[in-house]
Write a protein that binds this ligand. Structure first.
Ligand code: GTP
Ligand code: MG
Length: 601
């Protein structure tokens, strides 16, 4: 049932300037098509009488959300609606942010939009901005509702002036409206019933235009995309089951399909599709929240995207060209970190370059700006602080759109236009092949962790030259060994003459040197070992490289010595020169705290 409904429901968002009548129109549409719950209309009318305030159709929407007391539409309200055997969800999006949220993180992404313009007030800046956002987010079916026609005596000229001005604007942003409808939400003109007061108008009513909407590019036929929301572990009867959960954003999958997770590139096969508290399902399609188990136990994390092995791959990189919409009060600048959310991935980023900014109301553009003001759209290059998987917005919109979070609030959003090469591109290509060809052990990392009583971890010991890294690393190794841990110390020099024998100068080939070291670490971690490696003055860039090769959550950084001479972000700083034993104690306590080794009691 749920799958069928998700396949057939058309989702419409209603946007426009404050008070232009969005909620009234939806309320009226529901009332005139008898779509309201029994008695709701009467109840709301009675409430108004009792509080001696005039009845508003907009209250119906609020009443449906039981937020009537506030008198304004606070958050996107979703209304389910059926007409002529078709199902619709109409989302009342009162502001820019609500609209963005709904389009990008919302459960139902609009395929069509109603843009409301008040006939008396005329086109406002927001009318244009919303139009721009619809265009940017790729919503092709836009109907313009010119509302409050009753306030302009149902005059044809008023309607036609708006039609001509706004059509021109839409033309410039490549939106081809499916219709302009003169309406009155309050009176009910041209909502569900054709108005007798506007005989000059021959087009559809709002209800009528619903029948003309096409269910756009049927999502189940796109390549399969499911961002991983969570990984749940269940242990029953000694049987470890891991369910990977998320919402299918595009395409569909069935049990038996071979899947790959990106950006890690790990591969497995779907064993079963799980439904909480229900029987297993055969298929999961776009729009449905689902979970599945895999035939092989592999380690995947939130933020990765699941795809089918025989379908086009997503892009993976830490540099992208995008078009973004900024809504923050303070301008967006190059000096600041922002958080990007795409699918279920979250990543910090900075603006590397602003190609141009556009005023979304006037459509004027400025080349090479150095900041992005509120309500501007900018085409820019974003440098993410780690690589993520995504698609280009024009290929698979739902995994190509993002929101920007600043100070815990959504302050912008946008689309990805192009994936750009980053510093790690050369490593990543090797890596995909490695993981693709990797012969997986039948012993899972959890089984190893349980048996060895430790979580495989790479401990990077770094610091200035002669700060005592090696003696410290050796002491840590001995201590952990004595306590029964599977631990191994690998001096970075140890790989120079063997593994790196073909590299002339490790100094000039630092990147390749680090890549090989990380690959060795990857193998030892796979074996379940705690590996201690010393290296001089590691930087964040070095760590970025190592973290591309091994899961960054398995790496701990220890800085040795008082003075920190690089930009690396470490877990803990120690001064073994002063007291070696105490430094080892400190690190051991940290490992216990992070659950890497067991803490008694
Ligand atoms: P926000 O959610 O705050 O952005 O407003 P909105 O666009 O949802 O507008 P709403 O439906 O709340 O209507 C705003 C005001 O305009 C209300 O007082 C309505 O009664 C009035 N209004 C809406 N439609 C019409 C109309 O067709 N004619 C007249 N005369 N007034 C209308
Ligand atoms: Mg409203």
């Amino acid at each position: 049932m749920e799958i069928e409904a998700a396949k057939q429901r058309t989702s419409i968002v209603i946007v426009g300037h404050v008070d232009h009548g969005k909620s009234t129109i939806i309320g009226r549409l529901l009332a005139d098509t008898h779509s309201l719950p029994q008695g709701k209309l009467e109840q709301v009318k009675r409430n108004c009488e009792r509080n001696s305030k005039p009845f508003e159709y907009a209250f119906l929407i609020d009443a449906l959300k039981e937020e009537q007391a506030q008198g304004i539409t606070i958050e996107s309200a979703r209304v389910f609606f059926k007409h002529n055997n078709s199902h619709y969800i109409i989302t009342d999006a009162p502001g820019h942010i609500e609209f963005l949220k709904n389009m990008i993180t919302g459960a139902s992404r609009a395929e069509a939009a109603f843009l409301v313009i008040d006939a008396q007030e005329g086109i406002q800046e927001n009318s244009r901005r919303h139009g721009y956002m619809l265009s940017m987010l790729g919503i092709k079916q836009v109907a313009v509702l010119v509302n409050k026609m009753d306030l302009v005596a149902y005059r044809k000229e008023t309607f036609e002036n708006i039609l001509s001005d706004y059509s021109q604007f839409l033309g410039r942003i490549d939106v081809n409206p499916i219709g302009f409808i003169p309406v009155s939400g309050i009176v009910g003109d041209n909502i569900a019933v054709k108005s007798k007061k506007m005989q000059w108008y021959e087009g559809h009513t709002v209800l009528g235009i619903l029948d003309t909407l096409r269910k756009e590019e049927p999502l189940p036929h796109q390549p399969f995309r499911m961002p991983v929301q969570d990984v749940y572990k269940f242990t029953n009867f000694g049987n470890n089951r891991r369910i990977i959960a998320g919402t299918v954003e595009a395409g569909s999958m069935r049990a038996g399909d071979e899947v790959i997770f990106y950006p890690s590139g790990k591969k497995s096969r779907i064993k079963s599709i799980e439904v909480f508290g229900g029987p297993a399902k055969e298929e999961a399609v776009a729009g449905v929240a689902t979970g599945f188990t895999l035939t092989e136990p592999i380690y995947v994390t939130r933020g990765e995207i699941t795809i089918k092995a025989n379908q086009p791959r997503p892009r993976v990189t830490s540099r992208v060209r995008g078009s973004l919409f900024w809504l923050g009060k303070e301008p967006m600048t190059k000096e600041k970190d922002y958080l990007l959310k795409i699918g279920t991935a979250k990543v910090l980023f900075r603006i590397e370059r602003i190609h141009r900014v556009i005023n979304t109301s006037t459509l004027n553009s400025i080349e090479r700006a150095d900041r992005i003001e509120r309500h501007q759209v900018a085409e820019c290059v974003l440098k993410l602080n780690r690589a993520i998987a995504f698609d280009l917005a024009n290929e698979i919109p739902s995994t190509g759109r993002f929101v920007i979070v600043d100070d815990y609030e959504i302050r912008g959003g946008g689309i990805i236009l192009e994936d750009l090469e980053d510093n790690q591109a050369w490593v990543r290509d090797k890596l995909f092949l490695r993981d693709y060809k990797w012969e997986k052990s039948s012993i899972s990392w959890e089984q190893r962790a349980e048996s060895y009583n430790q979580k495989a971890t790479l401990i990077l010991v770094t610091g200035e030259k002669d700060s005592g890294k090696k003696p410290f690393a050796r002491s840590l190794e001995s201590r952990l060994f004595t306590e029964g841990k599977m631990v191994y110390f690998l001096g970075i020099g140890n790989v120079l003459y063997g593994l790196d024998a073909d590299i002339k100068s490790a100094k000039d080939n630092r990147q390749e040197h680090l890549r090989r070291l990380a690959e060795v670490a990857h193998i030892l971690l796979d074996a379940g070992i705690i590996l201690i490696v010393t290296a001089i003055e590691l930087t964040e860039e070095d760590l970025e490289l190592i973290g591309t090769i091994i899961d960054p959550s398995r790496i701990r950084i220890i800085w040795v010595g008082e003075k920190v001479s690089t930009n690396i972000i470490y877990d803990i700083k120690v001064s073994p020169a002063e007291d070696l034993e105490r430094s080892v104690d400190t690190v051991k306590a940290m490992l216990q705290e992070r659950g890497i080794i067991f803490r008694p009691g």
